[in-house]
Design a protein around this ligand. Structure first.
Ligand SMILES: [Zn+2]
Length: 147
């Protein structure tokens, strides 16, 4: 079943009253969105498929738990991706150091350029709370699938 991307974008944000992603349990955030088509597309990208969690990342995720990892993701997205103007856009997401960074590269959520290319979210404006929640759900879904 394929709908055109404009309708899909609308459907994505239509449901339910908005609750901050930090207040939602990771499992709720994972099941709220259907990322199947996105993950199929990402799997076909050689570049995006290169990113994997390290053994250290996996231990960190296990120790902290998904609730905490999700809080980190919300925080990183709010500070590094949500502003309208990001002076170092394209370079703001490190290649190592936190599993969320790896997930961002793997899912095209690393900078506003990639966010537009992979998720059709335009750059040059502040990300809405709903958009930030969507991005966090993509990240947490990838981490769950890969840890
Ligand atoms: Zn990028």
């Amino acid at each position: 079943m394929r709908s055109n991307s404009k309708n899909k974008q609308l459907d994505l944000f239509q449901d339910s009253e908005f609750i901050s992603s930090e207040e939602k349990h990771p499992e709720a955030l994972i099941t709220q969105y259907n990322h199947a088509a996105l993950f199929n597309k990402l799997a076909k990208s050689t570049f995006r498929s290169k990113f994997h969690l390290t053994a250290k990342d996996k231990i960190y995720i296990h120790d902290k738990g998904l609730v905490t990892i999700q809080k980190h993701a919300s925080d990183f997205i709010a500070k590094r991706l949500a502003p309208a103007i990001i002076p170092n856009d394209g370079k703001q997401t490190p290649m190592h150091g936190h599993p969320v960074f790896m997930a961002q590269h793997a899912t095209g959520c690393c900078c506003r350029g990639c966010l537009y290319k992979w998720h059709q979210i335009p750059s040059g404006r502040i990300l809405s709370a709903q958009e930030q929640e969507y991005i966090v759900s993509v990240i947490i879904t990838w981490i769950k699938r890969n840890s």
